[in-house]
Design a protein around this ligand. Structure first.
Ligand code: HEC
Length: 235
């Protein structure tokens, strides 16, 4: 009996030790991620992180998060990697469109200083004051342009503007300005083009600039598509 209890104690200690070494001090932290603009960018973020750091990604929750920002949950050993290091690496990764991610801190500040990336975009795009130019819609085949526009919209815009353009996109809760209800432009005529063209090219407050990301043709596809978004029926 004595021997049995000895074996029991030894094996108990051993398994405890084993457990400790496998799960030694790992912690789970949440990171609010700014800069996710497409499904491709969610994949790129995760695969690059795994390449660069010895961590485990638990999940990336795009919807229904407390703050409205997509939340990445990571399990890691703080003796090996610091939280700061993870944040720095997240900030260095580029998505497929060449945009950088950032870990969101605190509430969104509407008049925050511009980050380097925004400054760089502005030197290329020019003055950010709204300077509407006369534009001419070059579209010949509207039906196929609208179809293409819809695909690009679902990929890049619906996150903020909502699938049906109502403005309640899944990542928009933390924003200072609400993404606009795009059905306001249903059947708009060409007089609206200068404004729509400008805002999609340059962005405004939390609306990102797409001038460097999407080609001019694609931006016209979006304008043509936006004008077909109807106000959802009230239930
Ligand atoms: C990160 C969130 C976000 C994404 C992604 C986004 N938008 Fe926006 N959008 C906004 C916000 C916020 C505004 C309101 C800006 C303001 O007026 O201050 C806005 C405004 C607009 C407006 C002006 C509407 C109006 O009535 O004034 C248009 C048009 C527009 N977005 C189109 C698009 C298109 C097209 C895409 C995809 C290529 C897109 N947006 C992607 C957040 C977003």
């Amino acid at each position: 009996m004595k021997k049995f209890s000895q074996i029991f104690v030894i094996s108990y200690c051993f398994s405890f030790f084993l457990f400790q070494t496998i799960f030694a001090g790992t912690v789970v932290d949440k990171f609010k991620i700014e800069g996710i603009i497409s499904i491709a960018s969610t994949k790129a973020l995760q695969s690059e992180l795994l390449k660069k750091l010895d961590i485990k990604i638990l999940d990336l929750n795009l919807k229904k998060t407390d703050s409205g920002w997509p939340v990445l949950r990571i399990e890691y050993d703080p003796d090996i990697i610091s939280k700061n290091k993870i944040e720095t690496v997240i900030g260095e990764i580029e998505d497929p469109a060449g945009h950088k991610y950032k870990v969101h801190k605190g509430p969104l500040i509407a008049n925050a200083n511009l980050i380097d990336e925004e400054n760089q975009a502005m030197t290329i795009l020019g003055d950010m004051t709204m300077d509407l130019k006369q534009v001419n819609n070059p579209t010949v085949d509207f039906d196929s342009s609208i179809k293409r526009g819809k695909d690009v919209f679902i990929k890049n815009c619906a996150k903020c503007h909502g699938l049906n353009g109502n403005g309640y996109g899944v990542v928009a809760h933390g924003f200072a300005t609400w993404p606009r209800q795009l059905w306001a432009w249903y059947k708009a005529d060409s007089a609206a083009d200068s404004y729509l063209y400008w805002i999609i090219e340059n962005g405004k407050s939390d609306m990102p600039p797409w001038g460097l990301v999407l080609s001019e043709d694609v931006r016209w596809d979006l304008i043509n598509y936006i004008k077909t978004i109807k106000k959802p029926e009230e239930n």
